[in-house]
Design a protein around this ligand. Structure first.
Ligand code: PGA
Length: 259
């Protein structure tokens, strides 16, 4: 059985390194179980310290990267630098970054740069709103939106000489309206997420011959609903945002996954 993947995106939290260490201490406990792979994505400034922690039973990811491999780009951090530091994963295309101006073209360049640098890409996709259909079921229009996103973000991947591509690419289906930072956000249903994830996997298989790309659900995942999503065979794991930066909620999630 392939392991489920649970990714924690702390976003721009916490405000001090000692609080970050507090959150990490929970992760180094008996709660971590071997049949789940955990990835923690702290803010850049905590990465090197987190990597120094011995016996950390989880993988480390960055929340962003830059599209050029090197050069005079003040304030930017390249995928190569992340890889050299020991980072394994990187989140790309998060809707919160798209909201502050990240374009489809930039996302595509970041995907290519990161795969070339040897990082595993967690590519976020998701529609901004759901057309009002009966039972909020994903309509054809939603699927078309997702397909277009994938085509734009993955442009050129067929030309990469990476034979491990299925293992280097992870898709996080995150309907924007379900992300906690969206106004009036509400979580998606597991049934709906299954339908979209099946669609994504089918598209990746037929268009890119990538039949085994892990596809996760993200958007207001918390201790209350995480098992509803990750216990579904079609859903390969979850991307957890704000709940993972709250010590109490974070502990609850890990305890629940440990059961
Ligand atoms: P959320 O965020 O869990 O706070 O909705 C999801 C994410 O950061 O991708």
């Amino acid at each position: 059985m392939t392991k489920k993947l649970v990714i924690f995106n702390w976003k721009m939290n916490p405000q001090t390194f000692s609080e970050a260490k507090g959150l990490l201490s929970i992760l180094n406990t008996k709660y971590l179980i071997p049949n789940i792979e955990y990835v923690i994505c702290p803010p850049f400034i905590y990465l090197s310290e987190v990597l120094k922690i011995k016996n950390l039973k989880l993988k480390i990811g960055a929340q962003n990267t830059f599209w050029a491999a090197e050069g005079a780009y003040t304030g930017e951090i390249s995928s190569k630098m992340l890889k050299n530091l020991g980072v394994e994963y990187v989140i790309i295309g998060h809707s919160e970054r798209r909201a502050i101006g990240e374009t489809d073209e930039i996302i595509n360049k970041k995907v290519l740069a990161s795969l070339n640098a040897g990082l595993k890409v967690i590519l976020c996709i998701g529609e901004p709103s759901r057309p009002k259909t009966k039972n909020l079921q994903p309509a054809t229009k939603t699927k078309q939106y997702i397909k277009t996103q994938l085509q734009k973000y993955l442009k050129g991947i067929a030309n990469l000489s990476i034979n491990k591509l299925p293992n280097s690419l992870i898709i996080a289906y995150e309907p924007i309206w379900a992300i906690s930072s969206s106004k009036n956000s509400k979580q998606d249903t597991p049934q709906d997420a299954i339908e979209m994830i099946k669609f994504i996997k089918q598209f990746l298989t037929t268009k890119y011959y990538l039949p085994s790309v892990k596809t996760l659900y993200g958007g207001s995942v918390s201790s209350k609903n995480i098992t509803d999503f990750i216990n579904q065979s079609e859903i390969d794991g979850a991307l957890v945002g704000h709940a993972s930066a709250d010590k109490k909620e974070f502990t609850k999630i890990l305890k629940i996954l440990n059961k």
